[in-house]
Design a protein around this ligand. Structure first.
Ligand SMILES: [Cu+2]
Length: 146
């Protein structure tokens, strides 16, 4: 058990030095819905934990919004979509978690600028036991509501 742990720790150190694809925490298909200045938007992505360890997304930050929160949209009892703030999002080793309209999303609250189709901006993901990951986000037209 102890040897396994040391191996895992060494692997993590090696991986962070020269990360080969899919052996790290990686995000793909990163996009955000359009939004008006002063309004809200949401960032979506596919997050894969390619490491051998449990990871946990604690929060996200971005310069384009006054506040950034982790939310999950869920159908409420009354049949209305509700957004539930998430304290953190667990990522089991090898897990793939989809952030998509109608589900998990990184909520951008109080946009400091308009987000138009084709615009790009950055969002940084902060993890419990993993280095921050800064993502390039592309603004697209969303097909459905949050
Ligand atoms: Cu939300």
């Amino acid at each position: 058990m102890k040897r396994t742990l040391i191996f895992v720790l060494m692997s993590v150190i090696l991986l962070s030095a020269c990360a080969p694809a899919a052996k790290d925490v990686e995000a793909s298909d990163v996009w955000a819905r359009t939004g008006m200045a002063g309004g809200n938007s949401a960032v979506y992505m596919v997050l894969v934990n390619g490491t051998d360890m449990h990871q946990e997304l604690l929060f996200a930050t971005s310069d384009v919004a006054e506040a950034v929160e982790l939310h999950e949209s869920r159908m409420g009892d009354s049949g209305e979509m509700q957004m539930i703030p998430q304290a953190s999002i667990p990522l089991a080793a090898g897990a793939k978690v989809e952030f998509k309209p109608g589900g998990l999303h990184v909520m951008l609250i109080g946009l400091k600028q308009e987000l138009k189709v084709g615009d790009e901006f950055e969002v940084t993901l902060h993890f419990k036991d993993h280095a921050d990951i800064t993502l390039k986000v592309i603004v697209k037209e969303a097909m459905m509501d949050m």
